[in-house]
Write a protein that binds this ligand. Sequence first.
Ligand SMILES: [Zn+2]
Length: 218
Amino acid sequence: MIDLSRGQVWKSRLHERLKMHLWRIAANVLPTKDVISQFANVEVECTLCNLFDESSFHIFALCPIAKSLWFRSQWGVKTDSLGFASIHDFINFLFSPSFAKELIVCQREDFLFFGAILCNVIWKQKNLFLFEGFAVKVEELSFRISKLFLEHKGWRGELVFACSKRLNTIFPFQAEAEAIKWALTLAANLEFEAIIIESDSQVVQYGSSFSSKVVFSL
Ligand SMILES: [Zn+2]
C-alpha cells in the first residue's frame, strides 16, 4: 500500500521542525520502545502510562495521556472512538479529520497545526520524564499546547480562541464583570504577557475605573 501521509506532511504549511517530527511519526522512525526493542533488549511498557506497549501509534493517539489531551482540546476529539488501526490512520486523521466537512480550509490547517504541536509536546514530555524524571501533569501539558498553538498562530484579526460558561445571575453587568475576571484568570493560566479587554458596560468600566478598552500587563 502506498502511504500518502508522508508526502502530505512535506506539502503542509507547518513549521519545518513540526513537519520533520510528523514525518518521523508517519515513517515510524522515532526511537519508541517498540522500535528500540527490535535491536536491543528493553522493556516495552509505555514511558508515559506504563500500561501498554510503547509505539508512536500508542503515545500520540491511544495512550491515556494523549487521549486526555485530545479530549481537552477545543475539538473534543475522542481518539479511541475513531477506529484507528495504525499510525497512518492517525496521521491521515490529522490531515482530514472526520469532521472536516464542517471546517473551512484555515480551520483544517489549524487542526493539523494543533495536532502537530500536541504530538511534539507529548514527545518532549516523554523524553523529559525518561531522561530527567519530570512528572507528567496532563493539566500543564494541556495549557502548554494551547499556549504554543495560540502563540504560533498569532493574531491576524480572526477569532483564535473562544470559550463560554453559564452564570447564575440576572444582572448583565455582573455577567460582564465575571467574564472579565475569568478572562484575566485564563490569560494568567495561559501565561500571556498582556491582554486587551474591551467592554461596552459603563457600570463595569466605572466600578473598575477603566475606559472601554484597557491593556493589562500580567
Ligand atoms: Zn501510554
